[in-house]
Write a new protein. Structure first.
Length: 112
């Protein structure tokens, strides 16, 4: 059985970022099918300033790592970062390429 339903519970159960990352690591060790999704959760924690100081460059780096692991949401958010100048210099051409890759991965929301 997947631990996917426990992700939000584990994240919300602590205000300490090190405890959150430890909880996420434990979930990863129990269910390696979650690795791509867990990376995106870490991205969101950094981007949304939950428990840590907001750092758009670090958020972009995490999205980039997710994209390199072929996580569709990582690919999408790298496109968003390039389009909206979040942690990286604005580059509409790169944004388009990432949105196109996202759409090719089977998600229609990348086609807008």
């Amino acid at each position: 059985m997947s631990n996917y339903n426990n992700i939000f519970e584990k994240i919300n159960s602590s205000s300490d970022i090190s405890q959150i990352t430890n909880n996420i690591t434990q979930l990863y060790l129990k269910d390696t099918n979650l690795k791509d999704h867990l990376q995106c959760f870490l991205n969101e924690i950094v981007k949304l300033k939950k428990c840590v100081q907001k750092n758009e460059h670090k958020a972009f780096d995490y999205y980039q790592k997710s994209a390199e692991m072929n996580d569709s949401y990582g690919v999408y958010f790298v496109g968003v970062c390039h389009e909206e100048e979040i942690g990286v210099e604005k580059n509409e051409h790169k944004a388009f390429i990432y949105y196109q890759k996202f759409a090719e991965m089977g998600d229609a929301s990348g086609t807008f």
